[in-house]
Write a protein that binds this ligand. Sequence first.
Ligand SMILES: O=C(O)[C@H](O)[C@@H](O)[C@H](O)[C@H](O)CO
Ligand SMILES: [Zn+2]
Length: 299
Amino acid sequence: MSSLKIECVIKDHCKIGECPTWEEKENSLMYVDVTGKKVCRWDSTTNHVQRISVDAHVSAVALRKSGDYIITLGTSFAALKWNDQSVTIIAHVDKDKSNNRFNDGKVDPAGRFFAGTMGMEIRPAVLERKQGSLYTLLPDHSVVKHFGQVDISNGLDWSLDHKTFFYIDSLSYSVDAFDYDLQTGNISNRRSMYKLEKEENIPDGMCIDTEGKLWVACYNGGRVIRIDPETGKRIQTVKLPVDKTTSCCFGGKDYSEMYVTSACEGMDDEWLSRQPQAGSIFKITGLGVKGIPPYSFTG
Ligand SMILES: O=C(O)[C@H](O)[C@@H](O)[C@H](O)[C@H](O)CO
Ligand SMILES: [Zn+2]
């Protein structure tokens, strides 16, 4: 008998809730509302949500070793100080692409911030294709560009042995794997590891668990799926009460809870009436597997 439990823990109406990131020292979940232009912090002990409004699309938030956060804002990497709500631009990318924005990002095991860009959407997943690129912000604040020709740069994570980088460009409907060099941050030898099935729809955010398996949030698929990178097979599906599940991370006291963000942008009144929790954040317990703490940016 599964002890799986899904509860809506943050009743929000995020246009595009994204990038859930557990902050252990604050017992809190960080997340963003991309087109709502907000960086949010939910305190799991008080159930209180603090929101900081920013002046551009904010698509990723990550912890910073020196405290506070690093974010992707428009087509810039930026530092966010929580208490005074100050934003300091660190580096710009895609200077020749005024209609681009950053999308998903995450810090690698060596403290580098990987994030990718995309063209602005006309409506969900409808945009000028091949405009995006994948970048790394190094601790010295220089930027490395890995490759271009990306549609929607999305979920990313690293294997537990730090030898493989997993990456999603959403409109390829594939989860890809690269060889990854921990010492340099270089990635190579791209191959498809899992092709989504039709009803799983668009691959979005992603995280790894302590057994080395990947969890992928399926946008318009209303689910997270668990994939074994060794076999390229799906080993579990957990359905949620909303279709636009956007990303997932582990959190809670021992990283045994999974948090799933969602979106409501692009839903008409009839769809919203069927899924009134769209844009909220869900907690899944009883998965029987844990996650790992997020890495912090060392710059
Ligand atoms: O959430 C994201 O990663 C993007 O910002 C969305 O706007 C995508 O279009 C959607 O998730 C489909 O990939
Ligand atoms: Zn995403």
